[in-house]
Unconditional design. Sequence first.
Length: 93
Amino acid sequence: MSLISPLSQNQSIENLSNLELAQILAERLAIAPNDWHKLKNNRQAQAAQQVSSGLVFLLKQEKTEAIAHLSQAVGWLDRTVDPLPCPTHGNSK
């Protein structure tokens, strides 16, 4: 069993760009819709998702988006950001 399972046999980490590596990390750290309820209050998971997204935008030279995601990550860690309501339940108003 290979530790680098997302990569094909012809690829290696050395052949990937920093952006490709960041995108792989962002995909791995993204919270899947099925896991949203389980992880909505998990500040570590939420921050990791935002940091990895921020890194992707930084490497794409999209400074504004990078700052937004990195600021969200800090908010999760310092508790200034709270989870949003469930997108499938909506508002009860």
